[in-house]
Design a protein around this ligand. Sequence first.
Ligand SMILES: *[C@@H]1O[C@H](CO)[C@@H](O)[C@H](O)[C@H]1NC(C)=O
Ligand SMILES: *[C@@H]1O[C@H](CO)[C@@H](O)[C@H](O)[C@H]1NC(C)=O
Ligand SMILES: *[C@@H]1O[C@H](CO)[C@@H](O)[C@H](O)[C@H]1NC(C)=O
Ligand SMILES: *[C@@H]1O[C@H](CO)[C@@H](O)[C@H](O)[C@H]1NC(C)=O
Ligand SMILES: *[C@@H]1O[C@H](CO)[C@@H](O)[C@H](O)[C@H]1NC(C)=O
Ligand SMILES: *[C@@H]1O[C@H](CO)[C@@H](O)[C@H](O)[C@H]1NC(C)=O
Ligand SMILES: *[C@@H]1O[C@H](CO)[C@@H](O)[C@H](O)[C@H]1NC(C)=O
Length: 506
Amino acid sequence: MEIRLLLLLYSISLLCSTAIPTSKITPRFPSSIVAQPENKLSFSTKTELYDEKFFTQILDHFNFHPQSYQTFQQRYLINDKYWGGPKTNAPIFVYTGNEGDIEWFAQNTGFLFETAPLFKSLLIFIEHRFYGKSIPFGGDKEKAYSNSSTLGYLSSTQALADYATLIIDLKHNLTATDSPVVVFGGSYGGMLAAWFRLKYPHVAIGALASSAPILNFENITSPYSFNNIITQDFRSESENCYKVIKGSWQEIEETAAKPGGVEILKKAFRICKNDSANSLEGWLETAFGYTAMTDYPTTSNFLNPLPAYPVKEMCKAIDDPKTGNNTFEKLYGAANIYYNYTGNATCFNLDDDSDPHGLGGWEWQACTEMIMQIDGSNAESIFPENEPSYNDGVEFCNYEFKIEPRPNWITTEFGGHNIHRVLKRFGSNIIFFNGLRDPWSGGGVLKDISKSIVAIVAKKGAHHVDLRFSTDEDPKWLQDVRRREVHIISKWLSEYYHSLADSSNW
Ligand SMILES: *[C@@H]1O[C@H](CO)[C@@H](O)[C@H](O)[C@H]1NC(C)=O
Ligand SMILES: *[C@@H]1O[C@H](CO)[C@@H](O)[C@H](O)[C@H]1NC(C)=O
Ligand SMILES: *[C@@H]1O[C@H](CO)[C@@H](O)[C@H](O)[C@H]1NC(C)=O
Ligand SMILES: *[C@@H]1O[C@H](CO)[C@@H](O)[C@H](O)[C@H]1NC(C)=O
Ligand SMILES: *[C@@H]1O[C@H](CO)[C@@H](O)[C@H](O)[C@H]1NC(C)=O
Ligand SMILES: *[C@@H]1O[C@H](CO)[C@@H](O)[C@H](O)[C@H]1NC(C)=O
Ligand SMILES: *[C@@H]1O[C@H](CO)[C@@H](O)[C@H](O)[C@H]1NC(C)=O
């Protein structure tokens, strides 16, 4: 059995982990080609999207020990093509980078590029420390990831302080100290955007936090909610689809236990190697989970290349009468949509641990502070029934990093309990977007907190779908979401400019 890592905000999901793993677990992340943005502004290559820059960043913002003064090169991407400039105090839109290569996130955040001409905004995408090219300890990733004394500098609070330091320095360099800053992010990046607004109100006037499950900590959200939403996504397509998947786990296990059973599975699922048939269940769960997460209304290529509404396509494969009552043929057809939409796969390597977007550092974050329990599966779940187990995760983290997780730290530092009551009279200018088909939406803010801390909820939306490049096929609800976001941000800016004018004689 293994520890399943769920990407994009992939949290250490403690499902199936009954033994201490004997080898280093790396995220299962099927190789995929980075998305080519398809959009109306026709950015044909990524070089048109942004320039790459580096900033000398302080290693430790919270300590005056001489070692803390070490620095590292932090990467950020910049696009000033549409910027109105400092004379008009034109705005600066900053993407607060997630747990991976910042270019990948920038290329999947069309919203900022497409609205830049309207807002005349400067665009900045800041890479999160320890990811991509922003590696402390002289850029030596092996050294930076050696053990807890080097990885100790990888935390959300350090990352937020990096963003504040860089933004303040950049504004100074551009003589744009009065330009308003709005922060944006999706997933973990969305959590950082929301927290940045709460912690650094003097640096950012507002935040758009897309699919940010800031309530997935400390049992505020049920550990069953994640798998319940995946279940609901498939079940709402067809009851048969749900039943076939739900019934398949036992059939797989029974087959695997039979003599020659592994060979049967290997053949049915076109698996490359004999030994990797053990990983079959995790491989299928990954396909269902990520497809639910990226159930976008148009063809996409975020985690893997996928058709429009891929959950529907998977269920079509499962419900296909041609496959009769052959469960494995049905499941193979579904998996083929997630793992082989381009049709290039000759066979499937279930133990594929390639990590094209450099997300590996999340393992450390998920073991220290980002303790988001999502592993519960009840009797109705599409996955095998599973009681959430915090202790399995602790065991893994002790083994892997020789550290104790701090499951209460995030809510201590950023809050989360009774968020409506707490933020009702504190804080302002945050948009929380969630798509209800996204399994992470269970941990999101789904109700307005105040007039200016608002929840935008899209019933048919998936993981940060609002931030993606628009296409001609976008449904009306998605166009409406983006319009509403633009409208709210415009209002924040206009209020800011009014108070800037007023404050000149204060
Ligand atoms: C941790 O890694 C650093 C850098 O590679 C090394 O200098 C140090 O000795 C290691 N510490 C332990 C306790 O292994
Ligand atoms: C600001 O300018 C200084 C001096 O040229 C430079 O070292 C620094 O990297 C710049 N800051 C940013 C955020 O680019
Ligand atoms: C969550 O709830 C369970 C059951 O009530 C409890 O055992 C566990 O300690 C709680 N976890 C946290 C992080 O508070
Ligand atoms: C896989 O297993 C089958 C029988 O179980 C065996 O004949 C075959 O040689 C094995 N293949 C590899 C590559 O080990
Ligand atoms: C599946 O179909 C075959 C052939 O049509 C039939 O013999 C078998 O009993 C069916 N199995 C189940 C579980 O319905
Ligand atoms: C996969 O197939 C598509 C055409 O179906 C082709 O354009 C693409 O280059 C192939 N990708 C790889 C990695 O071979
Ligand atoms: C991938 O899809 C192509 C085209 O449909 C198909 O020929 C190929 O067998 C599939 N690969 C696997 C491993 O099933």
